[in-house]
Design a protein around this ligand. Sequence first.
Ligand SMILES: Cc1cc2nc3c(=O)[nH]c(=O)nc-3n(C[C@H](O)[C@H](O)[C@H](O)COP(=O)(O)O)c2cc1C
Length: 440
Amino acid sequence: MDRQMIIGMHFGNGYGSQPGAWRMPGVDPTGYTSFDNQVRYAQAAERGKFQFLFVPDFPALKGDIETEAPQITIDPMMTLAAVARGTERIGMVATGSTTFNEPYNLARQFKALDLMSHGRAGWNAVPTSDPAIAANYGRDVPRRAEKYQRLHESIQIVQALWGSWEQDAWVHDASSGRFADPAKIRPINLRGQYVGSSGPLPLPPSEQGQPVIFQAGGGDQGMEVAGRYASGVIGAVYTIEDARAQRTALRNAAERAGRDPDEIKFFPGLMTTIAPDRRAGLDRRIAVSGHTFPQRVGYLGQMLGLRLDANWLDEPLSQALLATARPWPQDPRSAHALKIAREGWSLRDVLAHGVIDYHPVIAGPADEAADHMQAWFEAGAADGFWISPDVYEDGIDTFVDGVVPILQERGLFHRDYAGTTLRDHLDAPSQYGLDPRIAD
Ligand SMILES: Cc1cc2nc3c(=O)[nH]c(=O)nc-3n(C[C@H](O)[C@H](O)[C@H](O)COP(=O)(O)O)c2cc1C
């Protein structure tokens, strides 16, 4: 196989993806506001030659703040600005919603990050569906059609602003006194139904021209957006079959938009707890998030078609119960949950396997993670993955020192960065301004 996988890392709240990560031994409990820690974690991922960091964003206070850290970084662009100054090669993709931001703000901030990082920035362009976020902007969530129309318009305006300087417009010749060539810097004058901008943006091209577009898709409309503009798509998908279907659908959407399907890369998530063996992996997950298990037993029961009681956490399911268990068709994780339950683990251990987490979970040795990634990659279910370590403080290093060398030995992952920009790392074609295939 000549293709190699691309690896990104979920870059969240400064602790890790598990709810109790903030208070694990060795973790700085004030890490939520520590840019030093964030830079250190980005450097750990860069040591592992990861191609990018992925920063989600939900600008609202969510979850149980009494016991849990918010899941999101204090500010995606500020965090990545710090990371840009503390790293050299790793790409950095931040989420920026088009529903409540104006294209000019998005264009300016992402281009500035792209310049600051010497061509390593990406924009995960999403609409917002959450009423709590809308309320923080003093608004209601718009209708779906409006959200997606505004998303299309925003991406096109942002890209046009990014291209509003011709690539050689910035002369900066001190001897002649000529800073820039104004004939090569033009307004864009775009007005859509919901957003518009005159431009130009007062920023020259970056080393990769302009930031790369990502999408984190929901439904058919998200798929169309991704098909037209995205070089990378961040997925939440639980089975290899679903991943393959989503990747195929994305590739088809890119083709419909007149693009080569290889221009769009699909990255399903993988949550990792890398440990010497399965038992140690499960124990670590119990230590970090076991306090949430009693509330999860009811839902696990629903997935298995059984009534389960939180007092049974230390027992395996009886043969009689297992005989009547049926995977719940509404949740694609159910069949896997039942398979694990049938292996005879206690309910606590079943939950420690992460059967109700947002992505597939590896709790165990490094080769299990490598095998999972290889199987999905070779089945055409993924172009790579976004890895979500349980606890950043040591969970990135265990992945980098355990899983990465196995993937490299199998020829599945690069040994070093070949290029310097995110566009290079993704093997994305060069683009400056609007994609002429889409502009029409
Ligand atoms: C893996 C994944 C990550 C996402 N990350 C974000 C995010 O960080 N911020 C956000 O506002 N929406 C995020 N979304 C939500 C999508 O952008 C989209 O709004 C959602 O899937 C609902 O789509 P709909 O509005 O078409 O129903 C994410 C979706 C997926 C699948």
